[in-house]
Design a protein. Structure first.
Length: 236
């Protein structure tokens, strides 16, 4: 299985809304990622309920069913092979991604504060509010600062800078729509930069949003077959 592709889908679509009437939500997602001149297209349907359970049905490039929860339990099932990979890590929780903070209406800092970042400064330029965040000691080896930019109260851009003062990631949030009366970006573009000069560009688009009674339970109730072969992957 292409576990890396599936894991990226998982982390991108982990969320939890703060709306009191929320029971469940579903999305259709398409992600296009450019890597060294090659285009990787991932299509998936995502289902999520108020208990923090999320099921991602990856349709292509390889059909897989990803199940995770707010605790960090993760299962990736390959129907064609009847195999399953299991793991546990809170960073795989449904409460650790950007979209979690959007749908929980906590997009004022997109989870930076919960990761230990502190606000260093705020400035205004050409209609944008630009905030700069400094990392905790846990992240100083990875980042020197993060820039988070707002327009009309909505996050539109983030920039991550490493301790060599190099930009290693840019993210753009746009095509906002209302979901449970919360501003939600229907498109996100991530650009990652590497030390060897290479970069990857990934654009993700959300559509076909359904709420509560309009959401099918077929995948939320999905149970991995008990005879599925357990896949073990050595961690480096």
């Amino acid at each position: 299985m292409k576990l890396l592709t599936v894991f990226l889908v998982l982390m991108l679509f982990s969320f939890k809304t703060a709306n009191e009437n929320f029971e469940k939500i579903s999305f259709t997602m398409q992600s296009k990622k450019s890597v060294k001149g090659k285009l990787i297209v991932t299509n998936a349907d995502i289902f999520y309920n108020v208990d923090g359970k999320m099921v991602t049905h990856v349709l292509s490039p390889i059909e897989t069913i990803v199940i995770n929860n707010s605790k960090g339990d993760l299962s990736i099932y390959n129907p064609s092979e009847n195999s399953v990979y299991k793991d546990f890590n809170y960073m795989q929780s449904t409460e650790t991604s950007t979209l979690y903070y959007f749908l929980k209406d906590k997009n004022n800092e997109l989870g930076l504060r919960s990761l230990g970042f502190t606000l260093k400064g705020t400035k205004f330029e050409n209609g944008y509010m630009i905030t700069t965040w400094m990392p905790s000691t846990n992240y100083m080896k990875l980042f020197s600062s993060v820039e988070l930019v707002y327009q009309q109260g909505k996050p539109v851009f983030t920039k991550f800078i490493n301790n060599k003062n190099q930009v290693i990631k840019r993210s753009y949030y746009y095509n906002y729509s209302k979901v449970f009366n919360i501003n939600f970006p229907l498109a996100i573009t991530n650009i990652n930069y590497f030390e060897n000069g290479d970069s990857t560009v990934e654009k993700t688009v959300f559509s076909n949003i359904k709420l509560n009674g309009n959401v099918s339970n077929s995948y939320l109730n999905f149970i991995i077959p008990s005879n599925a072969k357990l896949i073990k992957i050595e961690k480096k």
